[in-house]
Structure formats: C-alpha cells, structure tokens
Design a protein around this ligand. Structure first.
Ligand code: NAD
Length: 483
C-alpha cells in the first residue's frame, strides 16, 4: 500500500449510515490504507438543530480542506428543512461529475445474469433542470428553467472520455433529447461531438435518450460509457442499477475540481436501521472508487476483489442478498468475511485494469459571438382573454415603438394569428412575441420598458426574454405552427 496518508471527511449520516460507514472503515483499516478520518455531520440531526441547509459549517470547512468525503445516506426531512442536504453538498463543491458504475456482480442473480453488463453512467451533476430554478407564473402555470452551459457540458463530456481511457474502455455514448430541445440538449450534443475529436482512440456515438432507455433494457451489454445531462442521467442511472441487482448495490462518486464526494446510491433505510441488517456492498464499492481517485490502486483492487469473492462464494450474505433458503448474516459478519477474504479474488469474474482518471481542465473563458443582433422580445402575460381578441388589443398600443407583434403562443403553440386553425387548450399564461419592426432596427431597454408598460395595461406580464441572433443564428426557438 502507498505510504501516503490521506485526510478524508466522513459523514455517518442517517438510518443505516453509521453501520455501513463503520463497515467500510473496518475494511479499509484491515487493508492498511492510511486514512486520517475526520468525522463531521449533515442530515436529520442537523436539520433538527435548526440548520436549514442540513449541513454544518464545520462539515463544509472539513471537506474544503480534505477535498474528499465518504458519506452515509442523509434522510431528506418531510415538513422541515428547506433543500436536500445531499444536493446542497454536491452543489457547494461543484461536484459536476456523477459516476455510477453498472457491472454485473458475481453471485447476485438478476434476469440479466450472464449477459456481461459492464458500463459506467457519467451524469452531469449540477446544471439542467436540477439548478432548481422554478416559478409559478400563476397558481396553475408552473415553469422551470433548464440550464445547460457550454463549459459544464465540455467538462462532463471530457470527463466521460477520460474515464473511458482510465478504465481501458472503447466507446462513449452520449444520450440526449436534442431532437426536441435543440438549444439545451442540442448544445450538450454538439459539445460532445467536438470533444470526441480530441479522443480519436475512443469510439463515440449519439443516441436519442428515449431510445437509449429502451436499449438499456433490451441490450445493455452494448454500452461502455454513457454520458448525459443531469435529469436524463438521474433517471437512466437508476434504471441501469436495476439491471445488476438494484439500488442497494449501486456505488457512486461525485467528482469535482476541488472536492469529491463518494456515497452509496441507496437511502437511509430507516426500517432496518440499528438492526445489523444493512448491506454495506454499495458503500464499500463507493470507497473503492474513492481509493482509485486518491491513487490507491492496489488497495482499491484488493478491497474490490475481496468483496467480489465474498459475493461469489455466497457463504455469508446480508438478508437482502441471501435468497434461496440461505440463512442471512448481519452487517458485522459480512464485513468480517470481506476482511477475511482480503487477498482473494473472484474466480469467474473478468479482471479490469484501472488507472487514475485525469480530471479535465476546461478554460473558464466565456463564449462570445462576433455579432449579436437584437431581434425582439418575448413577453409572458397572465391572461384568460381569447387570443383573437388579445392580439388586436395589444397591436392597438404599439404605435411609435420599433416592434410589431408577430404572434401569441400558448405553451409553445402559436394561437394568434391562428392561420392554421390550431386547436389548443387555453392556458392562463400566454407568450407575446414582438420582433423589431424593420430589419436592422435596434431595440433599446427603454423601448422594452415602454412596451412592458403598454402591455401591462392590457394583461399583467410575468416574464420577459430578449431575442437575439448570434453570428446570424437565431438564439430562440420557433413556436409550433410558426413559419
Ligand atoms: P432507501 O434506499 O433507504 O430504501 C429502499 C429499500 O431498500 C428499503 O426496503 C430498504 O430497506 C432497502 N435498502 C436500502 N439500502 C439498503 C442496504 N444498504 N441494505 C439493505 N437494504 C437496503 O430509500 P427510501 O426508503 O426511499 O428513502 C429513505 C430515506 O433515505 C429518505 O429520507 C430519503 O430522502 C433518503 N435518501 C437518501 C439518499 C442519499 O443520501 N444519497 C438517497 C436516497 C434516499
């Protein structure tokens, strides 16, 4: 084992958390990994102490210093506390890369056993709809902003290719909904294709994410590395863990440039907490990912092999694994068995060589257009007025302004002028699209302010979005039914 000592923050967490963390610490100690553990807290008891984020300042300070944390599950309280403490921790440290290995485990029977499933889901972890920017424009009309940045997409796509290299993998599949979401998912796809050119040794491909979900169930063995935006990755990584035995077996790493956080995917399992029944496999596997991140490759391999050997032998298993009339053992007995098996390796399981992942360096430079042309402005208004009446009413107040009303749309469907006879259910919030009256006209903020005053007198406005062309390309999507 390496002579280096590693400072690591550990958060016991809630429910079964302290039991599975203790199991992992015992195995790492037996494997003689030199870790200086710092115990810190987050989760239920911190919420109860009145800290709205569920994370103590000393926990943040410790992770900032150690740059590495092993975390037990944190219960998200219902009815008190504001946001999930898990999400807070991931966001505080910009752990942008969520890594979820999905590999068939020896001795764990599933409908897919024997198919050789072995891939890794790489999920963007801080952007997308999970930026959590939502509004109720009326009590019955909700809106969320899906944020995808070029830099965030480049970081995660490069990380996916770096992971492929570090694990000797051959292919990276990018799954997006770029056919519908041309700007957000489309940007992610374009960046993936640009990044792929820097990795000619790795094959790259794109799948539409709904087909990818279907492929994951039909032919999961085709995948090697999968990279996705946050929400798609969230859903498909859970689907993927079901292929190899369920969430209880799924490890994860949240990698960032500053700190990284390693945790099991499962929750705090309150029903079995304190009963010596918890299965520490997922957290133990997460600690293997942590050791690889720390460059402790030999210790990682030794612990992973001992764990896989224990599962393959199937002599001592916790209740969730011990099917088929086998007598279940407790968490402590299972942990002892893994420790006893240090030095053994599974007989039937193909070996994989791992190298440390090279974290990508992406320039923080903003992307600027050479030419930015104002095209107009979208104004969202609360209204129950028939668009055929609202349209002329808005047009009647535009005199002297450098804009014209080109259309009104409802949930992205053009309803005025309704030249196509589109049948659409009226919502209580409509989008008025104003374009500059003549090509080359400018649109000053004071014109927009004037426009808002005039529109507001007809229907209250709730949201405004400027329309641009960047280097000749429209930076806004068309409505359904718009020419
Ligand atoms: P859960 O994962 O805690 O439990 C789901 C089922 O799996 C239960 O039957 C449980 O007994 C079983 N299970 C889970 N882990 C197990 C293990 N290691 N060994 C044996 N059995 C195990 O999911 P839940 O019940 O939906 O959530 C409980 C709490 O955990 C909630 O407060 C939730 O917010 C939280 N949670 C936290 C995280 C996290 O910290 N990353 C993730 C998911 C849920």
């Amino acid at each position: 084992m390496s002579a280096r000592r590693h400072p690591v923050t550990f958060i016991p967490g809630d429910g079964i958390g302290p039991e599975v963390i203790a199991a992992v610490q015992a195995v790492l100690a037996a494997a003689e990994v030199r870790i200086d553990w710092e115990e810190r807290h987050a989760g239920a008891r911190v919420f109860k102490a009145g800290v709205a984020s569920g994370v103590l300042p000393e926990t943040i300070e410790s992770i900032r210093r150690t740059r590495c944390a092993l975390k037990g599950p944190l219960a998200t309280p219902v009815g008190f506390g504001e946001k999930s403490a898990n999400v807070t921790l991931r966001k505080f440290f910009e752990t942008y890369g969520n890594i979820r290995p999905v590999r068939e485990l020896p001795g764990i029977r599933t409908p897919y056993s024997g198919r050789g499933i072995d891939f890794v889901v790489v999920r963007e972890n801080v952007e997308d709809l999970y930026a959590g920017i939502e509004y109720l424009q009326t009590p019955g009309f909700a809106q969320a902003l899906k944020i995808v940045t070029r830099r965030g997409s480049e970081k995660i796509c490069r990380l996916a290719f770096e992971l492929a290299r570090a694990e000797g993998r051959k292919k990276v599949t990018c799954a997006t909904k770029a056919n519908i979401l041309k700007f957000t998912e489309g940007l992610f796809k374009r960046v993936f294709e640009e990044v792929a050119k820097d990795y000619p040794d790795i094959q790259s491909e794109h799948q539409i994410v709904d087909n990818c979900a279907h492929q994951l169930v039909m032919r999961p063995e085709q995948f090697d590395v999968l990279v996705m935006t946050n929400m798609n990755g969230d859903i498909l990584s859970d689907l993927a863990s079901a292929l190899i035995g369920g969430l209880g077996f799924a490890p994860s790493a949240n990698l960032g440039d500053g700190a990284s956080i390693f945790e099991a995917v499962h929750g705090s399992a309150p029903q079995i907490a304190g009963k010596d029944m918890a299965n520490p496999t997922a957290l133990l596997h997460s600690s293997v990912l942590m050791l690889r991140h720390l460059g402790e490759m030999k210790a990682a391999a030794a612990i992973e092999n001992a764990l896989l050997f224990t599962l393959e032998e199937g002599k001592i298993l916790t209740a969730d694994m011990a099917g088929g009339g086998r007598e279940p053992s407790g968490t402590k007995a299972f942990t002892k068995e893994v420790i006893k098996n240090l030095g053994s390796a599974p007989k039937t399981y193909p070996r994989r060589e791992y190298r440390r992942i090279k974290m990508p360096q992406v320039s923080p430079a903003a992307v600027a257009a050479k030419e930015t042309r104002p095209m107009g402005v979208d104004v969202f208004v609360v209204t129950a007025i028939d668009p055929a009446v609202l349209g002329p009413s808005i047009e009647s107040v535009l005199s002297g302004l450098p804009v014209r009303l080109t259309q009104i749309s409802n949930r992205g469907i053009k309803v005025y002028p309704n030249t196509l006879g589109i049948e659409s259910e009226p919502g209580d919030c409509a989008r008025l699209r104003f374009k500059v009256a003549r090509r080359g006209d400018t649109l000053a903020d004071k014109d927009i302010a004037d426009l808002l005053l005039r529109v507001g007198a007809k229907a209250p406005w709730v949201h405004v979005e400027k329309l641009f062309k960047y280097d000749g390309q429209a930076a806004f999507t068309k409505d359904q039914g718009e020419d």
